[in-house]
Design a protein around this ligand. Structure first.
Ligand SMILES: NC(=O)c1ccc[n+]([C@@H]2O[C@H](COP(=O)([O-])OP(=O)(O)OC[C@H]3O[C@@H](n4cnc5c(N)ncnc54)[C@H](OP(=O)(O)O)[C@@H]3O)[C@@H](O)[C@H]2O)c1
Length: 325
């Protein structure tokens, strides 16, 4: 396992997504995946207070509730960092993001309290704003997060799916008020790049852009490092499974995709690793470094991801991959 940091906390450079745990992935499999991850040195787990409201039969708190149970049963305390998110739970059962709770000060306080209860913790390790809320002024949201940190109810603040200009505005607002700045950033990102002139099909997803990478790099150079976390790094298995590739969002349907896959396969041949592993290693070795946030439904998939943390690409391989397409 490789390691990175969120502020003063050391975390594994691979994050395990618990989105389906306790819902689509049954309890026994979910627990086995978490146990294996921890056994392999994994210390960074991702959830949200709304997973998986969009799947029939579930309400949106199943992942947090499951993780709380797993923590208690295993006696997990500080050794595993559990990041959660608020703001995207629908207010009307049966509806979608159009009725999401949003990021008002009252919602932030109420949702954080709910998450602490479900996870069984006094202090949330990382608390993200899940998606932008254009109806709430950013200072109101960031002030509410700052209050949680001051009260000891959250350790680190994160932003997920926020445009880069919002990140810069968040930096300015938190600096001016002496509030904790968002240190963890979470976006969709993988080796294949989408067309940026088309919306992503998946509701609420926002993709890493070259501008965002430049922002994170520049901020780090000025002494304000953050941890960049990439969800959906394996594109739901599309790198290796024809049925998943066929169902891929049309934003990947452009000449850059076959060009990138050709170089990916070159590096697969050179390293003896799998496509998925080369993709994960490419993200891990990026500048800024990227923490892949993988979702898995079997131990074999998890092991493939864990083994990718042992793969180090040469500078030449990384650059050829980056410049393809
Ligand atoms: N911040 C946000 O807005 C946001 C959005 C989405 C996700 N997330 C987080 O990111 C995590 C991962 O996202 P994701 O599940 O959408 O993306 P993903 O990791 O790209 O895809 C997960 C799926 O890919 C397949 N897969 C995984 N490893 C594989 C392997 N080695 N070989 C072949 N197929 C493999 C599995 O499909 P099968 O189960 O069908 O086998 C698995 O369920 C989530 O758990 C969640 O924590 C955050």
């Amino acid at each position: 396992m490789r390691y990175t940091a969120i502020g003063d906390r050391r975390v594994s450079a691979l994050c395990l997504g618990a989105m389906k745990f306790g819902s689509e992935t049954d309890d026994a499999t979910s627990a086995a995946l978490l146990d294996r991850f921890v056994e392999a040195g994994g210390t960074f787990v991702d959830t949200a207070d709304c997973y998986q409201f969009w799947v029939e039969g579930f309400e949106g708190h199943e992942s947090e509730t499951f993780l709380g149970r797993w923590r208690r049963e295993r006696g997990i305390t500080d050794e595993v960092v559990i990041a959660t998110k608020l703001g995207a739970q629908p207010t009307v059962p049966g509806t979608g993001l159009e009725t999401k709770e949003g990021l008002s000060a009252a919602t932030v306080a109420m949702a954080a309290e709910r998450s602490r209860e479900r996870l069984g913790v006094d202090r949330l390790d990382v608390l993200y704003a899940h998606q932008e809320d254009r109806a709430t002024p950013l200072p109101e949201t960031l002030g509410a997060f700052a209050k949680l940190v001051a009260e000891g109810h959250a350790e680190y603040v994160g932003l997920s799916n926020h445009r880069t200009w919002k990140l810069e505005r968040a930096r300015a607002v938190t600096e001016a008020n002496g509030w904790p700045r968002p240190r963890v950033l979470q976006y969709r990102y993988s080796y294949l790049q989408p067309r940026f002139d088309r919306p992503l099909q998946a509701g609420g997803h926002m993709h890493v852009t070259p501008e965002l990478l430049d922002f994170v790099r520049s901020e780090a150079a000025e002494g304000r490092p953050s941890t960049l976390v990439a969800y959906t790094p394996l594109l739901w298995g599309a790198y290796t499974r024809p049925e998943k590739a066929a169902a891929l969002d049309p934003v990947y349907d452009h000449p850059g995709t076959p060009a990138r896959l050709a170089v990916l396969d070159e590096v697969v041949r050179e390293t003896g690793a799998t496509r998925n592993q080369v993709v994960l290693a490419w993200l891990l070795d990026s500048d800024p470094a990227v923490v892949p946030l993988v979702g898995v439904s079997s131990l074999e998939q998890l092991d493939e991801a864990i083994e990718a943390t042992d793969l180090e690409l040469t500078r030449d391989q990384w650059t050829r991959l980056a410049e393809a397409g």
